[in-house]
Write a new protein. Structure first.
Length: 338
């Protein structure tokens, strides 16, 4: 049959073909990236990743989406493997902790130097200053593109034995720490017995008394109800801060268009700023809630704080060269407003 005799049918067939092609191209263009986080969206950390995903999907009209995998699913619960997995391409992206990535990026130990950053102003000065740029350069030099900062917060100390307001109170206490040698050295300097274990193993260990205490931001203590596993004593000592980093694998980044990169970075910056503000705003309420559940909260005065600073001076002596003296000096200058 001569199709030229049936122009209407021909036009209809052409229209169907065009729609099919459009749908096919759209399907090809749509892309999903995996995003790893250590905690779920019950915590501000997980909410940061979900906010990032929400903004990206909205602004790309669904052509670029982020699928969040919480609770270290993509690294079988080993949070210290997250950076390596992202660098190798097993994970496309992550909202990760400077602590967990520090074994692969030593410069990130800057934030874990005990009692180095006194308050949130100091943290903001570092992340927003020359030192922050140096840290991002160190991450990028290892095959991962950092996009924005988030915040897990200052880490506080809890235990099941009694109030802690001087270094001697830590003598012999088994304290759960993350898999970072700097944490081992810090608690050893304070006379404690640091015990490295993943977060997945931490609560069972606290429940059974295999460890006496742990250190985490107030948001983690509150949401995870750490007071329910015998942690009845909490010391607010702000001994280190744990910034979060939004980041993407280098090859994934290179495969994106300039428009997609801008979208991904802008969304990360907005999600990070949103999460930082939320975390800080909720902190006082969390502390009240924790106290109302019967937890004894100890706040250090200036002399007590100084005793901990002096007890951990040897940690600085050992770790500043490993982190990089130039980076540490840049951070000091940032904090002093130079």
């Amino acid at each position: 049959m001569n199709s030229s005799r049936h122009p209407t049918r021909l036009a209809a067939m052409a229209g169907v073909a065009a729609v099919s092609l459009s749908l096919s191209v759209s399907a090809v263009q749509a892309r999903e990236l995996s995003v790893s986080t250590v905690l779920s969206d019950a915590f501000p950390w997980g909410q940061a990743a979900e906010k990032w995903a929400e903004l990206v999907a909205e602004r790309s009209d669904g052509e670029l989406t982020l699928r969040v995998y919480p609770n270290s699913q993509l690294v079988n619960g080993d949070q210290t493997r997250e950076f390596s997995a992202m660098r190798s391409g097993l994970i496309d992206a992550a909202v990760g902790s400077t602590i967990n990535w520090s074994p692969q990026v030593p410069e990130l130990n800057l934030f874990s130097l005990p009692f180095f950053m006194a308050d949130l102003d100091a943290v903001d000065a570092v992340t927003g200053g020359a030192a922050g740029e140096m840290v991002f350069s160190a991450i990028e030099s290892r095959g991962v593109v950092p996009l924005a900062w988030g915040e897990n917060g200052f880490r506080q100390l809890s235990n099941s034995r009694g109030p802690i307001d001087e270094p001697g109170d830590l003598d012999g206490l088994k304290i759960r720490v993350v898999g970072s040698p700097l944490f081992q050295d810090t608690f050893s300097a304070l006379g404690a017995n640091p015990t490295q274990m993943s977060w997945a193993d931490a609560k069972p260990a606290l429940t059974t008394g295999a460890v006496d205490g742990q250190e985490n931001p107030l948001s983690v203590f509150d949401v995870a109800r750490i007071d329910q596993v015998g942690q009845e004593h909490l010391t607010l000592w702000n001994y280190m801060n744990d910034p979060l980093v939004f980041a993407v694998n280098q090859q994934v980044w290179d495969s994106l268009s300039e428009e997609e990169r801008t979208l991904l970075r802008d969304a990360a910056e907005e999600a990070g700023a949103w999460e930082i503000a939320m975390t800080r705003e909720e902190e006082p309420e969390r502390l009240v809630a924790i106290q109302e559940r019967g937890v004894t909260v100890t706040e250090l005065d200036e002399a007590q704080h100084q005793a901990f600073v002096e007890a951990t001076e040897s940690v600085h002596d050992e770790w500043v060269p490993k982190i990089g003296s130039e980076l540490v000096e840049a951070a000091r200058a940032d904090m002093q407003g130079e």
